[in-house]
Design a protein around this ligand. Structure first.
Ligand code: C2E
Ligand code: MG
Ligand code: MG
Ligand code: MG
Length: 287
């Protein structure tokens, strides 16, 4: 029957496709159960300026009981497609705000900002601003410590609505970063209109910044662009001291990457912040 329908028609009994459909359905169900059973956890990757940890990025981790650790790259796209990103994203916001409120109690961590990734479907749902404000208020967290990371594609989907939402949240002190900058299609005209605070240089430009003159030129240009628009610029994916020095020399404000640390569970992240603060304190007067 399906065969008779011709070559370009979907064949529903294609075993490979059947397997893929099955895997997706299983993954989706596992995600729902995982959310109910508390299998998701936030890890924190430190972000540094010249000499101290200024904040971190929350990165979602899923401890699947059978498959072990599952990377967000493997489940965020499906969560986005199925709509499960809505409850999952809300959980992330709440967990992040609760962490911020705990850190606010301790002078060692009260200065930290916390960046949270927001996916397009999550951001464009009608109640997103209220959801974020409720997460902050529910936890008793300071909105000015929260940063939301948006991608270029998200920003361009409905520019007017996006700006309205950003402006409302900014009114409470929430900051905005443009993640993976340089990999999307945002025009400079939009960039000027959006109330952003920070650009994140995508790690694909950082990787070969010392060996590929094009990547070096792109990284330098993003920093210069950010500075002239009054934005802070942070580099992601910094793995070597030479990359860090290159970025610092070109006035990039901050960086994150394996050179300092992988994303860590909260307690390990806190230990790293304390250790770094002790080192900086021992180094004498800061300029
Ligand atoms: P992203 O926001 O661009 O995060 C950066 C990714 O690079 C993270 O991968 C991080 O672990 C990794 N990374 C950090 N430093 C280095 C480095 O020095 N070298 C290399 N090679 N990689 C580095 P991760 O944690 O697997 O997350 C992948 C993506 O999943 C994130 O990309 C983000 O788009 C998405 N994601 C993660 N957590 C969430 C979340 O809570 N909500 C949503 N909507 N998306 C999330
Ligand atoms: Mg990010
Ligand atoms: Mg801020
Ligand atoms: Mg990124």
């Amino acid at each position: 029957q399906a065969k008779a329908a011709g070559r370009n028609t979907l064949r529903f009994y294609d075993p490979l496709m059947q397997a893929a459909v099955h895997r997706r359905a299983t993954l989706e169900l596992d995600m729902r159960i995982g959310l109910e059973r508390g299998q998701f956890e936030l890890f924190y990757q430190p972000q540094m300026d010249r000499d101290r940890v200024i904040g971190c990025e929350a990165l979602l981790r899923w401890h699947h009981p059978r498959d072990g650790f599952v990377s967000p790259a493997a489940f965020i796209p499906l969560a986005e497609e199925t709509g499960l990103i809505l409850p999952l994203g809300e959980w992330v916001l709440r967990a992040a705000c609760e962490q911020l409120a705990r850190w606010a109690q301790d002078p060692a961590f009260a200065h930290l900002s916390l960046a949270v990734n927001v996916s397009p479907r999550q951001f464009h749902q009608s109640g997103f601003v209220d959801q974020a404000l409720a997460a902050l208020a529910g936890a008793g967290a300071d909105a000015s410590r929260l940063e939301l990371e948006l991608t270029e594609g998200l920003l361009l989907q409905d520019v007017e609505d996006t700006i309205r939402k950003m402006v409302r949240l900014k009114g409470y002190g929430v900051g905005f970063s443009l993640d993976d900058f340089g990999t999307g299609y945002s025009s400079l005209a939009y960039l000027k209109r959006l109330p952003l605070d920070q650009l994140k240089i995508d790690q694909s430009f950082v990787r070969d910044v010392l060996t590929d003159p094009n990547d070096a030129a792109i990284a330098r240009t993003i920093v210069a662009l950010g500075i002239s628009l009054g934005l802070r610029v942070i580099a992601e994916g910094v793995e070597t001291e030479a990359q860090r020095v290159f970025l610092e020399r070109h006035h990039c404000h901050a960086w994150q990457g394996y050179l300092l640390s992988r994303p860590l569970p909260a307690a390990e992240f806190e230990a790293l912040v304390r250790e770094r603060a002790a080192q900086a304190g021992g180094a004498g007067v800061r300029t």
